[in-house]
Design a protein around this ligand. Structure first.
Ligand code: ADP
Length: 276
């Protein structure tokens, strides 16, 4: 990940060429109440094929960052681009379409439609977009190891299997980026590892891009990079994060949530790969 300032961002609603980063944020801030910033201006570029974990204490702005980046909330200031398209340039209907076709979502609660079959759930983003039935949903389901369960209802699956279905649904449109919000928060550790391994494989094998909000250092260790937020500011990053390093940083940030959290963590506290 690198700063996008001065980079080759594309202005306007046109989709940029294949070199556009999966996601860029330029000066993105969010105030829910006038003068109270839940997110201070954030600059962020997530290249394609990257797995990024967003971490921070409760209330640090992780959800706000994700909601703004995914076009679910409009930032107070700044520019969000998904695959080169500036979200602010889109009317509501176009933004809805972009979310459906170019962004995948995986939530803590899998949000499957209980009355639809597993296969129909996976196909939903395609059907809503008017695409004719084709083999994509079946392939996506097979890719998460559930090719034989397409006719079942979500209630007939385990929690981990349902989350796999949610991942298949998130990937079925071949989106520019997948946002995962605490995707393993409701799973036991062994099942969680399987879900994280799937996300990792989607990145490594298929070139997908994943931004995952998590509070779990073990989950963050599956990412290429962990980004740490405190009080709405990015205070540092860890490349190739190890669970122990992440845990140390989180403990330190939890103790020291003041304005100088970055400085206090910079003295080797984050271990190798820490960048404030
Ligand atoms: P996290 O996901 O890290 O727990 P959030 O992004 O949910 O943090 O919240 C960041 C800050 O913004 C917190 O102080 C929270 O109270 C505030 N906040 C979040 N959502 C709203 C909202 N809809 N209205 C007002 N304040 C909000």
């Amino acid at each position: 990940m690198r700063s996008q300032r001065g980079g080759a961002g594309t202005v306007g609603a046109e989709r940029a060429g294949p070199v556009a980063d999966a996601l860029t944020l330029e000066g993105v801030s969010r105030e829910y109440r006038r003068g109270v910033a839940a997110l201070h201006p954030v600059d962020l570029a997530v290249p394609r094929g990257r797995f990024l974990a967003v971490m921070g204490p409760s209330g640090s702005g992780k959800s706000t960052l994700l909601q703004c980046a995914a076009g679910l909330d409009r930032p107070t200031a700044g520019t969000v681009r998904v695959g080169g398209t500036a979200l602010a340039s889109l009317k509501e209907s176009a933004l809805t379409r972009l979310r459906r076709e170019r962004i995948g979502f995986v939530f803590q609660a899998h949000n499957l439609v209980p009355s639809l079959s597993v296969a129909e759930n996976v196909a939903l983003p395609l059907l809503l977009g008017g695409a004719p039935p084709d083999g994509r949903a079946a392939r996506a389901l097979a890719a998460v190891g559930l090719g034989a369960r397409g006719e079942d209802r979500p209630a007939e699956l385990s929690g981990g299997q349902r989350q796999r279905v949610a991942i298949a649904r998130a990937l079925v449109t071949e989106p520019d980026i997948v946002f995962a919000d605490e995707p393993t928060g409701a799973l036991d550790p062994a099942t969680a590892q399987g879900v994280l391994a799937l996300l990792r494989r989607a990145v490594d094998r298929d070139g997908h891009t994943v931004v995952m909000v998590t509070h779990d250092p073990v989950a963050a260790a599956w990412a290429d990079e962990a980004l740490f937020l405190v009080r709405g500011r990015v205070v540092g990053r860890l490349d190739r994060p190890g669970a122990d390093d992440v845990r140390r940083v989180m403990e330190r940030l939890g103790r020291d949530t003041g304005e100088n959290a970055a400085e206090s963590t910079a003295g080797g506290e984050g271990g190798e790969g820490w960048r404030a």
